[in-house]
Design a protein around this ligand. Structure first.
Ligand SMILES: NC(=O)c1ccc[n+]([C@@H]2O[C@H](COP(=O)([O-])OP(=O)(O)OC[C@H]3O[C@@H](n4cnc5c(N)ncnc54)[C@H](O)[C@@H]3O)[C@@H](O)[C@H]2O)c1
Length: 284
């Protein structure tokens, strides 16, 4: 049997935060692998957080998916708003028929000390990274279970956590706590959903090479606050966190490769796994 990725063609994928960054790269890769793809994203910024997606960025991802000959859906929702998430997921299911694969990718980070933590930022970080993923699961898991009970293939969930769950990080305590929460959700969901044949796994990216515009925005955004050029911040975080040597630098494509693997039939018996793709950060 071939070791190429199996079982992706024809699947319907929902990616949160697909307007830019890692999510947009995942969307392009799923479309190239023969999937129909829906991207759910916010179209405006959040107070005190670096720039997020815009309507034009979401439209650009939709165009990229369609250029692969696949069906694309772009829906706008703020993950912090449960009702908006429900409405967006209803629309995706209405237009694609069903959702086979969920990638909980959207997230925000910020730099705050413990004692001067900005309340609105703390809420944005916890509510997007942690509760946002819970909102998405709440409205996508039911139909997956229903398909299982009908004797059909059910689905897969891939959560994007972070390698920060493997080490201490000053100034990021809200973000680190939220990503630990994502790891907790992953094992709890894997337990609860195994009887319905639903795989639930998490990927823990290391520091990702940043890019302006639709590139990966997290390091880009944090570097601006630190008054440091983005690539210098990338190099500084990677050199501190990862294994020594220039080989151990992470790009969006490294994360996309793992996400597609977990979504494929090749990862059939993998569930509840917390998988670092981090240049060795979590092993240190
Ligand atoms: N970039 C890194 O170094 C790094 C490292 C580890 C983990 N991660 C994680 O990877 C994921 C993707 O990050 P990225 O680097 O592509 O960042 P990015 O800022 O480029 O993309 C984040 C996406 O999430 C969306 N988003 C943010 N808040 C939202 C909300 N409330 N509702 C809906 N959508 C929202 C944004 O609009 C954007 O499309 C995040 O979960 C992040 O925590 C990133």
């Amino acid at each position: 049997m071939s070791s190429e990725l199996r079982g992706l063609a024809g699947k319907r994928v929902l990616i949160t935060g697909g307007g830019k960054g890692q999510g947009a790269n995942h969307a392009r890769a799923f479309a190239a692998a023969g999937c129909d793809v829906a991207v759910l994203d916010i179209d405006h910024d959040i107070n005190n957080i670096y720039p997020l997606s815009t309507a034009a960025m979401i439209a650009e991802t939709v165009k990229e998916i369609e250029s692969c000959g696949r069906q694309a859906v772009g829906v706008v929702a703020d993950l912090r708003d449960e009702l908006a998430v429900k409405k967006a997921i209803d629309e995706v299911i209405g237009r694609l028929g069903q959702i086979d694969i969920v990638v909980n990718n959207a997230g925000v980070a910020a730099l705050d000390t413990i004692h001067d933590m900005r309340s609105d930022v703390m809420n944005a970080v916890i509510d997007t990274n942690l509760k946002g993923a819970m909102h998405v699961a709440k409205y996508t898991v039911g139909p997956m279970i229903g398909r299982y009970l009908n004797g059909e293939e059910s689905g897969k969930i891939i959560n994007i956590a972070s390698a920060v769950v493997g080490s201490g990080h000053a100034m990021l305590s809200h973000y680190v706590a939220a990503k630990h929460g994502v790891v907790g959700l992953t094992s709890a969901w894997a337990m609860e959903l195994s009887e319905f044949n639903i795989n639930v796994n998490a990927v823990c990216p290391g520091t990702i090479e940043p890019g302006a515009g639709r590139g990966s925005g997290m390091v880009q955004g944090l570097s601006a606050v630190m008054d440091m050029p983005p690539m210098e911040a990338f190099e500084t975080f990677s050199a501190q966190g990862n294994m020594p040597g220039s080989k151990w630098r992470c790009t969006v494509q490294d994360i996309t490769d793992m996400v597609l693997f977990l979504a494929s039939d090749n990862a059939r018996v993998i569930t509840g796994a917390i998988i670092p793709v981090d240049g060795g950060q979590m092993a240190k």
